[in-house]
Write a protein that binds this ligand. Structure first.
Ligand code: KPL
Length: 318
């Protein structure tokens, strides 16, 4: 299959390397990483050590593919959709942090959109080299618009070639991942998975970024109570949206991820440390805004969001 990875940061590059070999992969990203991949190939270290040689470009326009895996930061999603719309793309698969990315892709693209989450961990250690910091999974599901991603219905059908049917692109995507030995499942209730991931990110990312601590420390000491409250609030908002997510289960999911990725610096901590804009709008910002709409209290998410937005404004990043 022809697969475009739109957003060759850490996770995008990891998936590009893993999918290469089984598929015809093109990475879209920025220099100096893309030039390094073109000149020397893409090296993966950590969980496994190997070299891959996907095609690599800084120009994401006029690309044709069976599907594009979108791994850009949430605030770059509209730009990714604009570029992808100039090519012939069979489906767009969001493997991003935050809520709302699928709707942005669907608004800009005339192809099916697949929602997804992943728990693989990765870090770009230098141009052309990605460290695979933790093996995880990939879960995808059909995006059906109006916020009801993948609710109900059978999304696990594959055609005789193992590809998803036109009405069912998620199973084709999962099959393509599995063909490259990447564990991938189709989830009929992907909306719930996205909210659970949002609760995990709402707990870990802003707390780790503001306190400058690795994931394993978030649920220890003085930050623990606030991380738990951020996850609980996200679950309260999810339930107000009709998503069956228990507050205790959301806290437990966040604690499990923090334990499993204890040595990692969250993506938001990495952004702040590098002086880059964060995904706070698509994480705590979405929780706080939807809470307001539903008349639900989410003061911790509101405060975490204000602090990160204040930091970004002070750095001239927004
Ligand atoms: O998704 C993550 C991130 O860093 O953005 C977590 C789950 C917190 C793992 O680090």
């Amino acid at each position: 299959m022809r697969i475009v990875i739109f957003g060759a940061g850490s996770l995008g590059s990891l998936f590009g390397a893993l999918l290469d070999g089984a598929h015809d992969v093109t990475l879209v990203g920025r220099d100096p990483h893309i030039s390094a991949v073109r000149e020397h190939g893409l090296r993966v270290t950590g969980v496994d050590d190997f070299e891959a040689s996907p095609a690599a470009t800084t120009d994401g326009t006029e690309l044709d593919c069976d599907f594009a895996v979108v791994t850009v930061k949430a605030y770059d999603t509209a730009g990714a959709a604009r570029d992808l719309a100039t090519g012939d793309v069979g489906a767009a698969v969001s493997l991003q942090n935050g809520l709302g990315n699928e709707a942005t892709l669907a608004a800009g693209l005339d192809c099916p959109v697949v929602a997804g989450t992943t728990s693989h961990g990765a870090m770009l250690s230098e141009p052309g080299v990605v460290e695979w910091t933790g093996r995880g999974d990939v879960v995808v599901g059909a995006w059906r618009g109006d916020g009801a991603a993948g609710e109900g219905g059978d999304v696990s059908r594959e055609d005789e070639h193992g590809r998803g049917t036109a009405a069912d692109p998620a199973s084709g995507v999962a099959a393509a991942f599995r063909a490259a030995s990447i564990g991938a499942e189709v989830e009929s209730d992907i909306g719930r998975r996205l909210w659970r991931k949002l609760a995990v990110n709402a707990a870990i990312n802003p707390v780790s970024a503001l306190a400058r601590i690795r994931n394993g420390r978030v649920f220890e000491g003085p930050t623990a109570e606030y991380a738990a409250r951020a996850a609980r609030e996200a679950a309260d908002v999810a339930r107000a949206e009709g998503v069956d997510l228990d507050a205790g289960a959301a806290v437990e999911a966040a604690q499990t991820v923090a334990r499993r990725t204890a040595d990692n610096r969250s993506s938001m901590f990495q952004d702040v440390a590098a002086g880059r804009r964060t995904e706070i709008d698509a994480v705590s910002g979405v929780v706080a805004e939807r809470a307001d709409e539903h008349g639900v209290d989410a003061p911790v998410n509101g405060l975490l969001c204000a602090l990160l937005r204040g930091w970004e404004a002070g750095e001239g990043l927004r």
